[in-house]
Ligand binder design. Structure first.
Ligand code: B12
Length: 205
């Protein structure tokens, strides 16, 4: 499991895949391969990213290794009935096409065992509501990188409340602040992808 975690940390896709296969063949429980190998590795990357010890390319490469291993592990997890930690709907809000940060947050959440429904960019309140009705999320996450698109977050929160959707709402993106979060009535804000996972877990615990 340590070797598998290391493969994710190094972004070594080939080793992550072969070690996952080996672990499955050795009869190790899929849930343990996920949490003690893949998620453990992504957790280390998250902490290093937060501490500025690694940067966006390393995170993307680690996430790619994890994704490749997950393709092999996922059917086994489903066979064993392993439930995801929680479901999150994530998107960049209407009018905004920036998705690098949103994708990092999505990857970190996936790495922590969340089921992530990614609605992409330029997401209207109608699309959020439609997806929320379909997927019944525990959490709704919104990203905005433009000061001109930040106000869309408030409209989406209003629509969520009007529709009686009970999911917690978290927001982020470079111009977003805790003050803005409090002002528009979101449940939480975090400044980066690693602390977004901590925030998500704390809101759901
Ligand atoms: C890359 C980029 C682009 C790319 C986007 C490519 C892509 N696929 O995303 C392109 C070239 C398309 C682009 C276009 C534009 N851009 Co631009 N862009 C940037 C740039 C340089 C980097 C953004 C980025 O990816 N940062 C790296 C990521 C990792 O950081 P992040 O997004 O902040 O995400 C982190 C946190 O914020 C947080 N987070 C993010 N989302 C969420 C969500 C949740 C729920 C949580 C908890 C946390 C969280 O976690 C992330 C990881 O740690 C910024 C400058 C900057 N320094 O921010 C300008 C910037 C955002 N752009 C800007 C502008 C003006 C534009 C354009 C309007 C330019 C134009 N005239 O056409 C267009 C707008 C297009 C549109 N409608 O969206 C301005 C915005 C100014 C403002 N005050 O609003 C900036 C600040 C540049 C500047 N200094 O002027 N842009």
């Amino acid at each position: 499991m340590q070797a598998l975690a290391d493969a994710v940390i190094k972004g070594d896709q080939a080793s992550a895949v072969s070690l996952t296969k080996e672990a499955i063949d050795a009869g190790i429980a899929p849930a343990s391969i996920l949490s003690d190998g893949l998620v453990a590795g992504m957790g280390v990357i998250g902490v290093r990213f937060k501490n500025n010890e690694v940067y966006i390319p390393e995170v993307l490469i680690a996430a790619r290794a994890m994704k490749a291993a997950m393709e092999i592990l996922e059917p086994k997890l489903i066979e064993c009935g392993v439930e995801p930690v929680a479901t999150v709907i994530i998107a960049t809000v209407a009018g905004d096409l920036h998705d690098i940060g949103k994708n990092l947050v999505a990857m970190m959440l996936k790495g922590a065992g969340f089921r992530v429904v990614d609605l992409g960019v330029n997401c209207t309140s109608e699309k959020y509501i439609e997806a929320a009705k379909e997927h019944n999320p525990d959490l709704i996450a919104m990203s905005a990188l433009l000061t001109t698109t930040m106000p869309a977050m408030e409209g989406i929160i209003q629509a969520i409340k009007e529709e009686g959707i009970g999911a917690k709402v978290i927001i982020g993106g470079a111009p977003v602040t805790q003050v803005f979060c409090d002002k528009i009535g979101a449940d939480g804000y975090s400044p980066d992808a690693a602390s977004a996972v901590v925030l998500a877990k704390s809101l759901l615990s």
